[in-house]
Design a protein around this ligand. Sequence first.
Ligand SMILES: C[S@@+](CC[C@H](N)C(=O)[O-])C[C@H]1O[C@@H](n2cnc3c(N)ncnc32)[C@H](O)[C@@H]1O
Length: 208
Amino acid sequence: MNDYLIGLITDRSDCLNKIYDEAVKNHIPIVREDMASLLKVIVHMMKPGRILEAGTAIGYSSILMAEASSSDCIIDTVEIDPDLVVVARENIKRANLEERIHVIAGDMQDVFACLDIKYDMIFLDGAKSRYIDVYDDILRLLKVGGVLLCDNISYHGKIYDEPKFVDRKHRTIVANLRSFLERLTSDDRFVTSILETGDGIAISTRIK
Ligand SMILES: C[S@@+](CC[C@H](N)C(=O)[O-])C[C@H]1O[C@@H](n2cnc3c(N)ncnc32)[C@H](O)[C@@H]1O
């Protein structure tokens, strides 16, 4: 997205500004500005009571969603990297949000399988090749009327090519991501739209 338009939609709290700078300095991937603004709009519109996120990194998107939601919204966020779990918890504590954001250490597939709560919103931002592995748990965990957001579904544009034409290193990721998108878009329990915002987003609502 063009710098002028990014400038118009960028609106970070002081706390998020610090975490943003920390992420840039340490090369930690976080949501792009256009995705961040979309997340904020959706949280304001949906007013979720409970959000599940896969891929905490250092807590940037969790804090952003907490700031956009009401004070009784709880966010459960899952991170596989133990070092990032420590940093995320520190950042969340510094933001005074430790009562509302629970960082769960572990692999999203294992963690999702153990959860038994219904969510209003699920944000998938963990390993792209593994979205397909949590599909059935998403259905079990997402309320009817809830929203599913999946980031990076264009995978730097590689998703446009058939897997056999993708370089060997990324072939499995593209094949798995395509399987996930094909399952999601053909599932009549969801209505889905795909946006080329950020690195590509699938936004779905569960209708049955
Ligand atoms: C793009 S970053 C998340 C950024 C974060 N949502 C934000 O915008 O602030 C992806 C994160 O997913 C984590 N991750 C990768 N595979 C995972 C898995 N299987 N389970 C949980 N987390 C995973 C990575 O360690 C990384 O921190």
